[in-house]
Design a protein around this ligand. Sequence first.
Ligand code: SF4
Ligand code: SF4
Length: 89
Amino acid sequence: MSVEPTVHTPSRAVRRPRGRVFLLTERCKGCRFCVEFCPRHVLAMSDRFNSKGYHVPAVIAEELCTDCKMCELLCPEFAIYVVRLEEER
Ligand code: SF4
Ligand code: SF4
């Protein structure tokens, strides 16, 4: 009785989307929504203030951004937006 060799088909790598995050700090009012609700912890409150005296966030781990746009949707001041990056080849 012959035994068929097991064929291992290579799994296709799953690419996740990536985004570039832009903060318009002069529009920001420091509500922290973008920091609290980013599922990937891309943002954190910085130690900086804008010219109106609002404590502003900063991008601390952009490489983790998946372009989900949660921050963009939640920001009441339209002070943050995300642009999808082209996939690396
Ligand atoms: S797009 Fe999504 S993952 Fe990227 S910074 Fe905004 S909330 Fe976080
Ligand atoms: S959600 Fe908008 S207004 Fe609130 S901290 Fe983030 S960028 Fe600033």
